[in-house]
Design a protein around this ligand. Structure first.
Ligand code: SF4
Length: 434
């Protein structure tokens, strides 16, 4: 039996697509093995969000060839899509495939093996209009399953390469989403995450249906207990969206509402489609309907031209919003994006200082958010044993990680716990009932 191994970089959508490609290989009789083992085929699912993502992709290519110089090396995903000429000429690469046609991966690998020639199967993704059906209902994470419901992005934020790598928005047919969700729930998953490249755009290319329609339909699946949403565009949060969402008790009150900057002048240079005042109003709307909601976000510090005043606007805005958590990124120029050509690129030392300052604030705010729930009771979905001996861990619906006394038998169970004590980043809980 021929063997195949995968390396996956980047986002949850990439991980989902790797799982789907692995499934196609298994269906064709291949054995999927670990990436540090000697395989006949290595598939590297690349990321191109930063130059670092590309550098890591090249490292994995070289490493695979070292493990088995005879192996077929297949490079897929965003890096191959953005820089096909560069990737096909990396020593050892046999086949490249972009962000389209991942369901053809086995045929192409077998053709590269038979023909013993390099294959460039990267297609232009800018004219694609239909969502490419590719599904993975093999085991993903132990207790949380991801469903890709949407592809592509039309936002063109000035620092982002994704619209060029993934193409325009394409939404998946609702019936296919429901079919996959039912398969996952029948396999025992209690929590499903609806993911995509820009889920807020769901349905805009199809017709009337929008993300809320998907959530309402998935919500009807009996044995499903939790629905989580991946990163959201603030403009999606309207009175109608929240009033319909708040009626769905399986929806976890955790909103990763992408902000990027707390300065209106920086937001304009980023080509983001909202102001800080608009963002604040959306957060207030969420808290009006879901008072225990966790609001988390992403922020880029050191965007070209970011003055001290603009950074302080971001700092003060973060303080006002009281996020449950913030992922902080230091701006890194991404060749091929407008912002990479902007004047006044910020020096690395300043980026480090600003990032450090914001991290200190965010850690304090994150602890305050968790402490608000001490001595209250909430359900957690147990994900497995914790590093702490004799404890298991899981997340509340509003994404607080809890450790409770228990053993792996509790895995994938939803149990009620009392939140007792904040220890480092986690909360120590006490089981109320199983
Ligand atoms: S919304 Fe902006 S940051 Fe997000 S994928 Fe689209 S272009 Fe990139």
């Amino acid at each position: 039996m021929e063997t195949v191994a995968f390396y996956t970089l980047g986002c949850k959508v990439n991980q989902y697509e790797t799982d789907a490609m692995a499934e196609i290989f298994r269906d064709r009789g291949y054995e999927v093995i670990e990436s540090n083992e000697k395989a006949d085929i290595y598939v590297i699912n690349t990321c191109s969000v930063t130059n670092l993502g590309e550098r890591k992709s090249r490292q994995f290519i070289r490493r695979s060839k070292k493990i088995n110089s005879e192996a077929i090396i297949c490079v897929v995903g965003c890096y191959a899509q953005i820089s096909p000429d560069e990737v096909i000429n990396i020593e050892g690469v046999d086949l490249i495939l972009g962000t389209k046609d991942k369901n053809k991966i086995v045929d192409l690998c077998e053709e590269a093996e038979k023909e013993n020639k390099k294959i460039n199967a990267v297609e232009n993704v800018m004219e694609i209009t239909r969502f490419e059906e590719i599904s993975s209902n093999s085991i993903q994470e132990n207790t949380r399953a991801y469903i890709k419901i949407q592809e592509g992005c039309n936002q063109y934020c000035s620092y982002c390469i994704i619209p060029y790598a993934r193409g325009p928005i394409r939404s998946r047919e609702l019936e296919n989403i429901i079919k996959e969700a039912n398969i996952l729930v029948d396999k025992g998953f209690k929590e499903i995450v609806l993911t995509g490249i820009h889920v807020a755009s769901y349905g805009k290319d199809l017709g009337e249906e929008r993300l809320i329609d998907v959530i309402e339909k998935v919500h009807k699946i009996d044995k499903l207990r939790r629905i989580r949403l991946s990163s959201l565009e603030p403009t999606l949060v309207t009175e109608e969206f929240m009033s319909r969402l708040s009626k769905l008790n399986k929806v976890c009150p955790h909103f990763h509402l992408s902000l990027q900057s707390g300065s209106d002048t920086v937001l304009i240079r980023m080509n983001r489609k909202y102001t800080t005042d608009d963002y604040r109003k959306r957060v207030e709307l969420i808290r009006k309907y879901m008072k225990d909601a966790a609001i988390t976000t992403d922020i880029i510090v050191g965007f070209p031209g970011e003055s001290e005043v603009e950074f302080n606007e971001t700092y003060d805005f973060v303080k006002q919003i009281k996020f449950a958590n913030v992922h902080i990124f230091k701006y890194s120029p991404r060749s091929g994006t407008p912002a990479a050509k902007h004047k006044n690129q910020i020096h690395g030392t300043i980026k480090n200082e600003r990032s450090k300052k914001l991290i200190d604030l965010v850690e304090k705010e994150a602890n305050i958010f968790k402490e608000n729930f001490l001595n209250t009771a909430r359900e957690i979905l147990v994900e497995g044993e914790s590093k702490k001996e004799g404890f298991v861990e899981g997340y509340t619906d509003n994404y607080i990680r809890i450790l409770v006394k228990g053993t792996e038998e509790l895995e994938n169970q939803i149990i009620k716990v009392r939140l007792k004590e904040l220890i480092g980043e986690n909360i120590l809980g006490e089981v109320i009932y199983k």
